[in-house]
Every structure is written in C-alpha cells, then in structure tokens.
Design a protein around this ligand. Structure first.
Ligand SMILES: Cc1cc2nc3c(=O)[nH]c(=O)nc-3n(C[C@H](O)[C@H](O)[C@H](O)COP(=O)(O)O)c2cc1C
Length: 159
C-alpha cells in the first residue's frame, strides 16, 4: 500500500502548537506514514496543491483570531477561494476556555473556511484548553494516532 502523506500546518504565537506538531511528527512518521510539519509563515493557498492530507495545528489569539504567522494563509484562502474539494484535513486547535466567547476560534476559522471551500474534514476538530492542566503535546500524540486511523479507513473505503 502507498505511504500515507500528512502535512501539518502550524499556526503559533509562542510555540505550543509547534511543539505539538513536532510530537505528532515523531509519533506518526514511519514506513507507512510520511509526515512534514510546516510553519504557516509565508505559505499561500498553493500549499493545498500538495499531495497528502492536511493537519491544521493552530492556536488562537487576539479576539478569537488566528495567530500572526497564520494570517497570510488564512486571508489568502478568503481572498482566492480555491476549489479544495480534493483536500482532506483535520484540526488540532489550541486555546484557553478563559476566553469563553472565542474559545479555540483559530482552529474554528480554518475549519469553517476549508469546509466552505469544499474540503472534507476527517474526524472531529480537537479543542485543547490551556486552562485544563492537560499537556497539549501529550493529547496531540493520542489524538493524531486516532486521526490517522480514520484517515486510513477513509483511504480503504470505496469512493
Ligand atoms: C493575548 C492572548 C490572547 C488569546 N486569545 C485567545 C482566544 O481568543 N481564544 C482562545 O481559545 N485562546 C486564546 N488564547 C490562548 C492561546 O491560544 C493558548 O494559550 C495556546 O495554547 C497558545 O499556543 P501557541 O503557543 O502555539 O500560540 C490567547 C492567549 C493570549 C496570550
């Protein structure tokens, strides 16, 4: 069977999402799964032309905004509105429930725009809560292993 390719796109302000992505990359990479983790800085919509499934790993800032390094990619999606019907993705979001009105909106914003553009989400959007005391990098490893299983089930299922 061909290797599963996964591209993790990282939106972060203070590095927590990047740490989660690094742990996911280590946990998933093997003979059957190729993983590439990219900071969103300087990316545009053409990143979605790549072959593979996308894992959006992003925190939330400001008033429910995507982090600064994710803004250019997010705005490019809004402006160009490409057809992403061939894209499959998952969302590992980071936030803090103290921000009750905008909890995990960074991940939600990407989820909403990708769905609008025709991409298909695999699994539920994960919402990490920094005020919970649960370490995000540990949850990330468990969550991404389940996510990849769902992705591979989808690959085997008839279209
Ligand atoms: C100034 C500031 C604003 C934030 N705004 C939100 C918010 O609106 N919603 C939310 O869920 N989390 C919010 N957070 C929490 C961060 O998203 C959370 O701490 C996350 O783990 C940071 O990840 P990062 O280091 O990858 O940027 C905010 C944090 C800071 C410091």
């Amino acid at each position: 069977m061909a290797a599963t390719k996964i591209i993790i796109l990282i939106g972060t302000m203070t590095g927590t999402a990047q740490l989660c992505a690094q742990e996911m990359e280590l946990a998933l990479g093997d003979d059957e799964t190729q993983v590439e983790a990219l900071l969103m800085d300087n990316l545009d919509v053409s990143v979605f032309d790549r072959d593979g499934a996308f894992l959006i790993c992003t925190s939330t800032y400001g008033q429910g905004d995507v982090p600064d390094n994710a803004r250019a990619l997010y705005e490019d999606l809004q402006r160009k509105r490409p057809d992403l019907s061939k894209v499959r993705y998952g969302v590992f979001g980071l936030g803090d429930r103290t921000y009750a009105e905008t909890f995990n909106y960074g991940g939600k914003r990407f989820d909403d725009i990708l769905t609008e553009l025709g991409a298909r989400r695999v699994g539920e959007r994960y919402k990490h809560d920094a005020s919970s005391g649960v370490l995000p990098e540990e949850t990330a490893v468990e969550w991404c292993q389940e996510w990849v299983s769902k992705l591979q089930e989808g690959n085997r299922a008839p279209a």
